[in-house]
Design a protein around this ligand. Sequence first.
Ligand code: EPZ
Length: 420
Amino acid sequence: MEKYIVHGGKRLEGSVRIGGAKNSILPVLAAVLLNKSDDEIVLKNVPYISDVIKMVEILRSLGVNVTWSGKNLTIYSRGVNNYSVNEVLMREMRSTIFLMGALLTRFGQVCISYPGGCAIGQRPIDLHLKGLTALGAQIREQHGYIYASSPRLTGGNIHLDYPSVGATENVMLASICARGITMIYNAAKEPEIVDLQNILNKMGGRVRGAGTDQIRIDGVSQLHGVEYTVIPDRVVAGTILMAAAATGGDVQLENVIPGHLEAVIAKLREAGVQIRAENDRLHILAPERLRAVEFVRTLPYPGFPTDLQAPMMALLCKARGTSMIIENVFDSRFKHVGELLRMGANIQVATDARTAVVKGVAQLTGAAVTAPDLRAGAALVIAGLSAEGKTTVDGLNHIDRGYENLDGYISQLGGNIERI
Ligand code: EPZ
């Protein structure tokens, strides 16, 4: 199994360009199924990460013609001839759940295997199923599969109990060609939802309100081809900012949207870094040692993103003072704590498993650690960069899901990391 060898103590300096957003391209790849015409779809700035590679495999298994050319995908989806998502592929990547909405729109039926939980929680899909049912889908769950069918989906009002990103996307994909108007109340407001609205509208859809908690979809009869560039990945950008902050670095990020990182920038400034935002660039200058921050509370957008909770914890391990981290979004997203403790961190997790108290220590020491999930893996790399000595990080299959060449980014900034 491959692993990272990280030697800590090097200050990150220089500039890197951020790629396309994983959590944007995945629902966008589901949206290509909505195009029944012969038109071509070209997606640009596509990150070459394992979640995208898997999603492309799934689309091909459904009859979609997909070819890579550099960072672009050229897609023809007229030949889609299958509404059952391959179980093995489905179980490997639960975020294929929003294929339900797209396949229901395309075929009026869909069969997927029940997406399992994962390292960060149970990952229920009740809100997805409630939303699709409200649009007229009949849903049966048996033997680990979910069958959904509807002769023609009809618009309706959907009130999400929680502003679920995936459920919002699923309903958008299921209502885009439904008969009549669909309103989603308490919709997720993430930038990736806005990206999905933008591509759907460029394909001929009529979606308004993404980015707010109310989204209106006026059903249309058909969609057509499109050329589209997804937004930069704000989680990758935030991860690199935190790696810079953890090493007293001086780093410039290019191809970012600073407005997507307001909560992260505010929290890093609280920790004592200087950050300057201009157009599509961010510059961070960090002090030798950071200040602790009283609270980091993860919340739906525009709150502090849960996907950057683990990287933030890694950099607070050496901050001066005590920080409290409260994970409000997922039910078990502290699996990186045990690995950070091996590196000499001082962290206590409350019995609710949602609150962690991080007492800053003067030094972390390198150790052999294992990435338990995608963002925890990034956190361990950040800890290794700021630790004394050598850290080995295995479990790179998790990191490769969402980071295209993380070691390449860090090496480009002068960090001492290699993949063996
Ligand atoms: C998306 O997951 C992202 N994934 C996640 O990123 C991200 O952490 C999450 O949104 C929150 O921002 C993709 O976009 C592919 P949710 P999703 O539905 O859609 C509960 C990463 O590291 N919930 O907003 O699954 C759920 O259990 C990944 O890039 C229900 O209870 O997130 C969780 O507690 C990790 N019922 C909360 O809502 C449902 O039907 C947020 O989940 C659906 C969700």
